[in-house]
Design a protein around this ligand. Structure first.
Ligand code: PLP
Length: 573
């Protein structure tokens, strides 16, 4: 059978040849959905009451709602209305959230809210909006039964309620307000409490918090000096020839195989706009911008959701996928996939995109497909590698990265790229970071980082109720808290002055997963102590059960992956 491969605007890519229908029995989408959507449960009718200050940011609202839903054990897809006080009717972020969820925003007068008897009245709310409660009172006034009373996070107050079922409504006490809207199933942000494609580590940092959420090392002094000197050339339009040649030489490739971009982030967007895939697959958990870019370009995305320890089995990807995104090493799992598994994903007619944004943090880059003069890239049609200078060189604010691969595909991306997309200081960085000296420095930093990571792992290994997602090989560690209140750990760490990256916003990871940046030993030791206190808030740190030194246990190693494969193939257990 021959299916069309993904087409580019203008240039058709080679046709996809498959030998028959997709071989994996159950569909991967179904597998992913079954894990995150709980399709078998009856739908609840959830009402979210929100109290927020004027000018609240949408991402704070989303995260606060997500926290409230997690605390309630409720699903975002079951939310049927947002409710607040009348004064908030025109609040842009509230309107945006309602629109995203495809539910109405209902507001009630302060008098009406003030008439509700609520568990947690507040004098501050009364002074500000004329009612001692907004969130709780709005849920009650709307006819909801409180599941989670006042829950404050990200500066937003949320209360979560459930509308009575038809049967219980008939039995409800007289005088109980009837819901003002019929249930409207939300479908845009299914299970928001597990996912937010647009949440990234930078959203976690705040003044006064120690940052273990963002994985960018400080900019070396020599590079800052060099970039400062490049300011003298700002009057000229940027010319990317020299930087392209430098990057091409660094990877042992011809210049046609290099396209400089405004960070890896632009590379995702360019690919999503350039390609018209029939079946685009994103392997999760991974950085979420590839999926966001595909969605924004109007493509539907099929997910392959790996389970701990996040081993990539190529057969999990449907045969007829003509566009596949995979990260290596993967953010947030810190798993480094072997090149063999990646290359097994390549085939005629398929564009295989490997995001190597963190590869230069792995000493020797053993599993890289980017190529170098001493180790040429494999000649694999359709293989595209994304690199970034953000992480190892401390250049998040500069926006510089690049695409490596098929010249025809890169040409289409180039055609979609704004003129002068990479400025002259970014070009200077690309030249500076491609020299043998810079590469040697990056390798040295990567090796030092390995030792620091080992220290962090050993320190975490002494804590109870912490499990490692997989043996990490990137500059961060993914772990799962398994204690009695794993969901509250993220906030308790913040209260104690630590910003870590909540990882439950990644598809495939539930509340309780955290991503921790590897820092120096003093920071790691202090963090481990804080984590212990956050995991065991009532008990003293010493009461947590010390285990033998060494890395934390890894979750249910091969069994999970094997059962996932079995489900895939519909094999008997
Ligand atoms: C795995 C991964 N890829 C790509 C990027 C994009 O990086 P940038 O656009 O800064 O190059 C990030 C940023 O967080 C990332 O984590």
């Amino acid at each position: 059978m021959t299916a069309d491969g993904p087409t580019t605007r203008g240039i058709p890519l080679p046709a996809l040849e498959t030998s028959g229908p997709p071989t994996g029995g159950i569909s991967i989408a179904a597998l992913g959905a079954a894990r995150s959507v709980d399709a078998g449960l009856p739908a609840d009718r959830i009402v979210v009451g929100i109290g927020a200050r004027r000018g609240v940011r949408i991402r704070d609202l989303r995260m606060a709602m997500s926290d409230g839903l997690v605390a309630a054990g409720a699903r975002a897809r079951d939310v049927i209305a947002l409710v607040s006080v009348e004064a908030k009717q025109a609040e842009p972020a509230l309107q945006e959230l309602a629109e995203m969820l495809n539910v109405p925003l209902r507001t009630l007068s302060a008098d009406r809210l003030a008439g509700q008897s609520v568990p947690n009245p507040s004098a501050a709310a009364e002074a500000a909006v004329g009612t001692p409660s907004v969130a709780e009172a709005a849920v009650l006034a709307f006819g909801g039964e409180l599941m989670v009373p006042k829950h404050v996070s990200h500066g937003v107050t949320v209360a979560v309620g459930r509308l009575p079922t038809a049967a219980s409504t008939r039995r409800a006490a007289p005088g109980r307000a009837k819901p003002a809207v019929e249930p409207t199933p939300s479908n845009n942000l299914d299970d928001l409490h597990f996912e937010d494609l647009r949440h990234h580590g930078d959203a976690e940092i705040a003044p006064g918090l120690i940052d273990l959420a963002v994985n960018v090392r400080p900019t070396p002094a020599w590079l800052r000096d060099r970039l400062r000197a490049a300011v003298d050339g700002l009057a000229a339009y940027p010319n990317s020839d020299q930087a392209t040649a430098a990057v091409a030489a660094r990877h042992g490739r011809p210049i046609e195989q290099v396209l400089l971009t405004a960070g890896g982030a632009e590379a995702f967007v360019l690919l999503a706009r350039a390609l018209a895939p029939h079946r685009a697959v994103v392997v999760h958990p991974q950085f979420t911008e590839p999926e966001a870019a595909l969605n924004a370009a109007g493509h539907s995305v099929q997910r392959v959701v790996l389970e701990p320890p996040f081993i990539l089995y190529p057969e999990l990807v449907p045969d007829d996928a003509d566009l596949v995104f995979v990260g290596n090493p993967t953010n947030p799992t810190s798993v480094l996939h072997p090149t063999g598994s990646l290359l097994a994903l390549a085939r005629p007619g398929r564009v295989l995109v490997v995001d190597e944004a963190f590869m230069d943090a792995v000493p020797g880059e053993p599993e890289s497909l980017a190529g170098s003069p001493g180790r040429p890239a494999p000649e694999v049609p359709g293989l595209v590698v994304i690199r970034s200078l953000t992480k190892s060189w401390g250049l998040a604010g500069l926006r510089i990265g690049y695409l490596l691969g098929d010249p025809e595909l890169l040409q289409v991306c180039r055609a979609n790229q704004p003129l002068w997309a990479v400025g002259s200081i970014g070009l200077e960085a690309a030249i500076a970071c491609s020299t043998p000296e810079a590469l040697a420095e990056a390798d040295q930093v990567a090796r030092a980082g390995e030792a620091e990571r080992e220290f962090l792992l050993n320190t975490l290994g002494e804590l109870a109720d912490i499990e490692l997602g997989a043996p990490p090989q990137g500059p961060f560690v993914l772990l799962r808290v398994t204690g009695s209140d794993p969901v509250g750990v993220h906030q308790r760490l913040r209260d104690a002055g630590w910003a870590v990256r909540r990882a439950d916003t990644f598809p495939g990871l539930a509340p309780g997963w955290l991503r921790i940046a590897v820092r120096d030993r003093t920071t790691s030791a202090a963090f481990a102590a804080a984590l212990d206190r956050a995991v065991h808030p009532v008990a003293s740190p010493s009461s947590s059960l010390p285990r033998s030194a060494g890395p934390p246990a890894t979750i249910d190693l091969r069994d999970n992956a094997a059962s996932q494969l079995r489900q895939q193939r519909q094999e008997p257990v």
